[in-house]
Design a protein around this ligand. Sequence first.
Ligand code: COA
Length: 179
Amino acid sequence: MAIRSYKGITPAFNESVYVDESSVLVGDITIGDDSSVWPLVAARGDVNHIRIGQRTNIQDGSVLHLSRATKNNPDGYPLIIGDDVTVGHKVMLHGCVLGNRILVGMGAIIMDNVIVEDEVIIGGGALVPPNKRLESGFLYVGSPAKQARPLTEQELSFLKVSADNYVQLKDEYLAEDAS
Ligand SMILES: CC(C)(COP(=O)(O)OP(=O)(O)OC[C@H]1O[C@@H](n2cnc3c(N)ncnc32)[C@H](O)[C@@H]1OP(=O)(O)O)[C@@H](O)C(=O)NCCC(=O)NCCS
């Protein structure tokens, strides 16, 4: 497993977190309880920080980075991901803020200073340009991503189910590693 320090800061998480040994985590990253990071994820907390909440899954091949502070933007853009978030395969998250119970579809790209409110689905392949705010309770699709329709009750409840499924899966992987 490539867990690397950068400028004296090492990625931090406890034994309830599953991090696949092929993923690379660098620097100022914290990961909350029961979250999981799947094969070939690259997450680089070097010129700012990455915060990942609880029961959140970052699926295979996703890339997580951020933007440094500048004179005009003294905080830069860290990457903040909330609780019960499903980040699908090969997603790019860059310097954005994701709330809770969100599904980011496979291959989506979310750029700097985007805010995704709680309970949003972003369709596979969507591109969310910088500085956009995605409103709670809606599906967004396309490139550039547009609000498509309100989420159904079934989709809203699936957001937590999806996160819970991944908590169960990572527990199975942790048990496998321990055996
Ligand atoms: C966005 C999504 C949730 C919509 O599913 P859906 O309920 O079948 O979609 P709808 O029936 O509301 O589709 C409405 C329209 O959007 C189109 N559409 C569906 N998904 C789309 C997407 N990702 N991007 C662009 N358009 C999409 C449909 O083709 C349809 O177009 P039409 O009206 O011209 O036929 C689904 O397609 C998706 O992308 N899911 C992501 C799954 C994923 O990546 N999970 C993580 C890995 S486990």
